[in-house]
Write a protein that binds this ligand. Structure first.
Ligand SMILES: [Fe+2]
Ligand SMILES: [Fe+2]
Length: 151
C-alpha cells in the first residue's frame, strides 16, 4: 500500500472516530435510559482514545491529522447536518450499529494491507473495540424486540 493511500485511509478513520465521539456524547445527553446513557458515555471515551491513537500514528508519519468533511451522515444515508431523534433508542442503536459495522469492515480491510507494527496492533485494538460496541448495541436491540413482543 502506498503512503498516500495509507494516509488517506488513516485520515478517514480519524474523521470517523472524531465524529463518533461527538455523536455518542450527543446521544448520551438525549438518552432516557440511564444504562444506555452510561454505555454511550463510556463508548465515546473509547472512541476518543481511538482519535488519540490515530492522531499519534498520523503525526509519527510526519503528517497532520485532517478531517475529510462529513463522514457519518452519508454512511447513515442522510444529508450532512440532518438531526435524527436521539431520544428514540431504536434509532440510536440502528445508527450506531451501522457505523460500527462500517468501521469494522474498514479496519479489517486495512489490516489485510498493513503488516508493520505498531500500526497493525493499533488496527486490531480498534477493530476489537468496535466489535464489542456492536455486540452490546445489537444485544440491546434484541432485548427491546423481546420486550415489545411480550407486551
Ligand atoms: Fe472507534
Ligand atoms: Fe466503536
Amino acid at each position: 500500500m502506498d503512503q498516500q493511500a495509507l494516509m488517506r485511509s488513516l485520515n478517514w478513520f480519524y474523521s470517523l472516530e472524531v465524529e463518533q465521539v461527538d455523536l455518542y456524547r450527543t446521544q448520551a445527553q438525549a438518552a432516557t435510559d440511564i444504562y444506555l446513557q452510561q454505555v454511550l458515555t463510556r463508548v465515546a471515551a473509547i472512541e476518543q482514545e481511538h482519535v488519540i491513537n490515530l492522531e499519534a500514528e498520523i503525526r509519527r508519519r510526519g503528517a497532520t491529522p485532517t478531517r475529510l468533511g462529513a463522514v457519518i451522515a452519508p454512511l447513515l444515508g442522510m444529508a450532512a447536518g440532518t438531526v435524527l431523534n436521539w431520544t428514540n433508542t431504536r434509532i440510536v442503536l440502528w445508527a450506531d450499529i451501522t457505523l460500527e459495522e462500517k468501521a469494522m469492515a474498514d479496519y479489517k480491510r486495512l489490516i489485510l494491507k498493513v503488516a508493520e507494527k505498531p500500526l497493525f496492533d493499533l488496527l486490531w485494538d480498534h477493530l476489537i473495540d468496535e466489535d464489542l460496541h456492536t455486540a452490546w448495541f445489537s444485544n440491546k436491540l434484541k432485548e427491546l424486540d423481546r420486550v415489545a413482543r411480550r407486551s
